[in-house]
Design a protein around this ligand. Structure first.
Ligand SMILES: Nc1ncnc2c1ncn2[C@@H]1O[C@H](COP(=O)(O)OP(=O)(O)OP(=O)(O)O)[C@@H](O)[C@H]1O
Ligand SMILES: [Mg+2]
Length: 212
């Protein structure tokens, strides 16, 4: 089956929409169905850059906003060789947050334009599918309080959501909005079905480059 590649499937959405829950479930289900699949979460906190980001998010460290944005992007870039290797070996990658979160969070800050925010991520592996888990702030609140990490407050989150909606207007990308207020199981069944269709559709197509 030479040449058949895995799909790059990204989960995006607001905090507590269920990205991590669905990412784990999807990888488990794909493996159970006989596919090869791996989960990757950004920020990936185990590298040197990842540890720096983690201490920033935990408010142990203060870093300049532009510098932080570039670190988040660098954290994705440092995983690109591994991602490409896996995709070309036929492994589907399920990615919990990607460049869209990076851009949405920084561009929600004062004095950042969306275009500047996108530049560092231009050329990353292009997702074959981006699942946007849509959940109202009210419904998200029922799932527990915000933690103590940076960005976990509701006025900032509303600005982040506006940035996501702006990014979703890009018709060169395969965005699918999913109703994240459904039960974990119902949402999982829908996500699995969309994911398997994408895996079939793209298996003989080349991997694209994001925002190019
Ligand atoms: N469909 C659902 N219905 C009800 N509760 C859910 C659903 N999906 C996830 N949850 C619960 O909501 C909480 C947040 O889920 P999860 O950690 O998967 O969200 P997330 O999008 O990864 O959040 P974050 O952005 O903070 O990482 C967890 O307690 C989880 O069990
Ligand atoms: Mg999560």
């Amino acid at each position: 089956m030479a040449g058949r590649r895995g799909a790059l499937i990204v989960l995006e959405g607001m905090d507590r929409a269920g990205k991590s829950t669905q990412g784990r479930r999807l990888v488990e289900a794909l493996r159970a169905a006989g596919h090869r699949a791996d989960l990757l979460c950004f920020p990936e906190r185990t590298t040197e850059i990842g540890r720096l980001i983690s201490s920033y998010l935990e408010k142990e460290k203060n870093l300049e906003d532009h510098a932080v944005h570039l670190l988040f992007s660098a954290n994705r870039w440092e995983h690109v060789p591994l991602m490409k290797d896996k995709l070309h070996q036929g492994i589907t990658l399920v990615v919990d947050r990607y460049a869209f979160s990076g851009v949405a969070f920084t561009s929600a800050k004062q004095n950042f334009c969306l275009d500047w925010c996108k530049q560092p991520d231009v050329g990353l592996p292009k997702p074959d599918l981006i699942l946007f888990l849509e959940l109202s702030p009210e419904e998200a609140a029922v799932r527990g309080n915000f933690g103590n990490e940076r960005y976990e407050n509701s006025s900032f989150q509303k600005k982040v959501l506006q940035s996501f909606y702006h990014l979703m207007k890009d018709k060169t990308l395969n965005w699918k909005t999913m109703d994240a207020s459904k039960s974990i199981e119902d949402l999982h069944i829908e996500i699995k079905s969309v994911a398997e269709k994408t895996m079939k559709d793209i298996q003989n197509k080349p991997l694209g480059e994001l925002w190019k």
